[in-house]
Write a protein that binds this ligand. Structure first.
Ligand code: SF4
Length: 755
């Protein structure tokens, strides 16, 4: 690799911050110099501590650089051919003895689009199994399900982040960007500087809540009721946007009736949020011309997550806040490629392009791209937790990429036991994660800066993550692994190791689907700093690079016209005559140029401005009602547990726990509790507390703070061992999204050792 700066993106969260990496002139192999990349609009150079220190993992001594094969009970180094032969042999034997559905595949929301696509194809074409899902199921699946129900389409944010500072009010529900994606906080700071208001709904007074104009702290698991109470007040106070409801929605009467059954006083009893607070939230949300609701894992990671998000969407629809400029509902997706990872086929029920696996036309289209018989494609399989729960029983062998469920899955001790009971486990990872430690074969794979690929951030912006350095000797890419395994299992073609080649096929597979990438090319991504999907390649006449015939597309001008404030400079620019020299300067093609050079589809930063993606173009209200969490406190387990993240660790911590600076800042788990609960337990700061649920016990030091409700304790989930929060969590599943209930369960807390 040359010693020049390569613009690329952070490996961690869904913001996908831009950064420049240059191989270090001196220093050990793999060391890089990270510099600011101010041209990427999402973070404008800013990075959090995780992103800033991410290069340390590239050259870390804990990197795996040789395949490991279990021999005599121990993982010992092996050659690549030995390791691949062992995996292919085991998968082939299990398939022969038990059938293809005895083979499982588990992916991750951090895999690039190319890897997610190839993994889904590998499972269905090479293994012939229906048993594939990924850890993104644990992330945003409830928001995705609710979005599809209401709008006919799920894209985390249907508008760019840059719209946030220009709206009038944002309600953040169960989201703490100050810790999960710190550079995004500026959007909310600018919102308030511009006169807008920020409402944060969270059982904890988080760092984000501290910056809010209004913080509501409902009891965990009751935010569905909170949204219904607000909608009740919207109706009672005459704040419904009747014209919008009539023109752009369906199903209002049923949703209205459901909300009217949730009197504010009743909601106050359920949530603990007072009626005056509810009224104030309604006032702040309804008074401005534009407003947004953004959800994250708080409302989504519940056994009623789809309905909870649906209730917030109903509030947006009743007040005319969806599909309008600077307004709408959005989900702040968590994992780096949580958005793209769910679009291209590693989900149990989906094919590339967000196509449904049980749709005959979708099967026909994708099978044609793959060169297989549509009838040979398996149907939908088990969701992530159900797949993990079936290990060692119906599913005998598992291939796992980019995930660490021993730490991140609910009821983690049970999941660990299921993984141990497998006939065969193969794991691809960059370090020996807690899950890799259990494997029969571990393959060391390349990571972000060592390979090229695309990701899709939380805005639906497809990005090119470029290779910046040469990978260490001994590691290979996940695409190489799939290529080699496919060949060993009898499929010689269709699994290229070159990411761009995979992307070219992905474009064809996604063409015509909801998440249409067919007009996006690597060249465009490099030149344009990302492209928002859907971005179709118009037919006929699309060039090899996915360009559209001249004059084919004028939707974005219309959309911009609708969105931009009257005094926005971009509006002036768009209004320039076609021969104005300023237009040339601003890179908007003149008509003459446009005739010569076909204009590519510009991508779609803003969705739903004209119509929703439903058959009739209307958004659908979904009537929902409050119901208790799957597990409520009782005499044996009298306290509520909620789980979440801290600023210096990422997900299961497999990478960030190996970075000295981050470890120093967040060395281990803790139990956050209110002074009143601490007094009842006789606990002081730092005392060891045992937290017991029906699924197990975790032990961690007390952190006492008034920032949490007295009936609730909080634990971050990034660590394994005795402080593993997910030992406690409840795998009760949402009936639609199959999301487990990470965010609320009943526990008993005891002081086990004073400091
Ligand atoms: Fe940005 Fe997220 Fe990376 Fe932090 S972890 S630098 S917020 S992409």
């Amino acid at each position: 690799m040359q010693n020049t700066a390569t613009p690329t993106h952070c490996p961690y969260c869904a913001l996908q911050c831009g950064m420049n990496l240059t191989p270090a002139a001196d220093g050990p192999a793999g060391t890089v110099v990270l510099t600011e990349r101010a041209d990427f609009p999402v973070n404008r150079g800013a990075l959090c501590g995780k992103g800033r220190t991410a290069p340390e993992v590239l050259s870390s001594g804990v990197r795996l650089t040789s395949p490991l094969v279990r021999t005599g009970g121990r993982l010992v180094p092996a050659t690549w051919p030995e390791a691949l032969d062992r995996i292919a042999g085991a998968l082939g034997s299990v398939r022969e003895e038990h059938g293809p559905d005895a083979l499982g595949v588990f992916g991750g929301g951090g895999l690039t689009n190319e890897k997610a696509y190839s993994l889904g194809k590998f499972a269905r074409v090479v293994l012939g199994t229906s048993q594939i899902d990924y850890n993104g199921r644990f992330c945003m699946s409830s928001a995705a399900a609710a979005g599809v129900k209401a709008f006919g389409l799920d894209r985390g944010l249907p508008f760019p982040l840059e719209d946030i500072p220009r709206t009038g009010c944002v309600i953040l529900v169960g989201s703490n960007p100050a810790e999960t994606m710190p550079p995004s906080l500026r959007y909310f700071t600018e919102l308030r500087e511009n006169g807008g208001t920020l409402i944060v709904i969270d059982p904890r007074r988080t760092k984000t809540a501290e910056q809010a104009d209004l913080h509501l702290a409902p009891r965990p698991g009751t935010d569905l009721a909170l949204a219904l109470g607000m909608l009740h007040l919207v109706v009672a106070e005459g704040r419904v946007d009747q014209a919008y409801v009539e023109e752009r929605t369906s199903g209002w009467e049923e949703a209205r009736a459901a909300a009217m059954a949730h009197w504010p006083e009743y909601v106050e009893r359920i949530t603990g949020v007072s009626v005056p607070e509810l009224r104030e939230a309604v006032r702040l949300f309804c008074e401005p011309e534009a407003a947004m609701v953004l959800t994250a894992r708080g409302p989504e990671q519940q056994a009623k997550g789809t309905d909870t998000v649906g209730a917030w969407i109903n509030l947006c629809l009743a007040t005319g806040r969806a599909g309008r400029p600077l307004s709408g509902y959005g989900c702040l997706t968590g994992q780096g490629n949580g958005q793209g990872g769910r679009e291209h086929g590693q989900k149990a029920d989906q094919l590339p392009g967000y196509r449904k696996l049980d749709d005959p036309e979708a099967r026909r289209h994708v099978a044609e791209v793959w060169g297989v018989d549509p009838d040979a494609l398996p149907g939908p399989g088990r969701s992530a937790y159900e797949l993990l729960d079936a290990l060692g029983r119906d599913v005998k062998a598992l291939l796992l990429m980019g995930s660490n469920p021993v730490v991140s899955a609910p009821r983690a001790a049970h999941v660990e036991e299921r993984l141990r009971s497998l006939d065969f486990l193969a794991v691809c990872d960059v370090v020996l994660s807690e899950t890799a430690e259990l494997a029969d074969v571990v393959l060391p794979v390349t990571q972000w800066a060592e390979e090229t690929g695309t990701t899709t951030n939380l805005e639906g912006r497809v990005l090119l993550r470029r290779q910046a350095i040469t990978p260490p000797e001994g590691v290979r890419s996940d695409l190489y692994v799939l290529h080699e395994l496919a060949a060993r299992l009898g499929v010689e073609k269709g699994f290229p190791t070159d990411a761009e080649e995979v992307f070219e096929e992905l474009r064809r597979a996604s063409a015509g689907g909801a998440a249409d990438y067919s007009g996006i090319t690597y060249r465009r991504l490099a030149e344009e700093n990302g492209v928002f999907w859907p971005c179709p390649a118009p037919d006929p006449g699309a060039g090899e690079d996915g360009t559209a015939p001249a004059g084919e597309y004028d939707g974005e001008d219309a959309a911009l016209d609708a969105v931009l404030p009257d005094d926005d400079p971009a509006r002036e620019e768009a209004a320039l005559p076609s021969d104005d020299p300023a237009r040339e300067e601003s890179a908007l093609p003149s008509e003459a140029v446009a005739e010569e050079i076909p204009a590519p589809h510009p991508g779609t930063p803003r969705l739903f401005l004209d119509r929703f993606a439903t058959p009739d173009g209307r958004a659908r209200f979904v009537p929902v009602a409050h119901r208790p969490s799957a597990e409520e406190p009782d005499d044996d387990y009298p306290v509520l547990l909620t789980t979440g993240r801290v600023v210096s660790q990422y997900q299961s911590g497999a990478q960030t726990r190996r970075v000295a600076e981050l470890n120093k800042a967040a060395p281990g788990p803790f139990v956050e509790l209110h002074p009143r609960l601490a007094a009842r337990l006789g606990a002081a700061e730092g005392d060891l507390l045992a937290v017991q649920s029906r699924r197990g016990r975790a032990v961690a030091p007390a952190r006492i703070t008034t920032a949490i409700r007295p009936d609730t304790v909080f634990m971050p989930f990034h660590w394994p061992g005795e402080g593993r929060a997910n030992t406690l969590t409840n795998p009760a599943l949402d009936p639609t999204s199959r999301m487990p209930e990470f965010k609320v369960c009943a526990v008993r807390v005891e002081t086990v050792r004073a400091q």
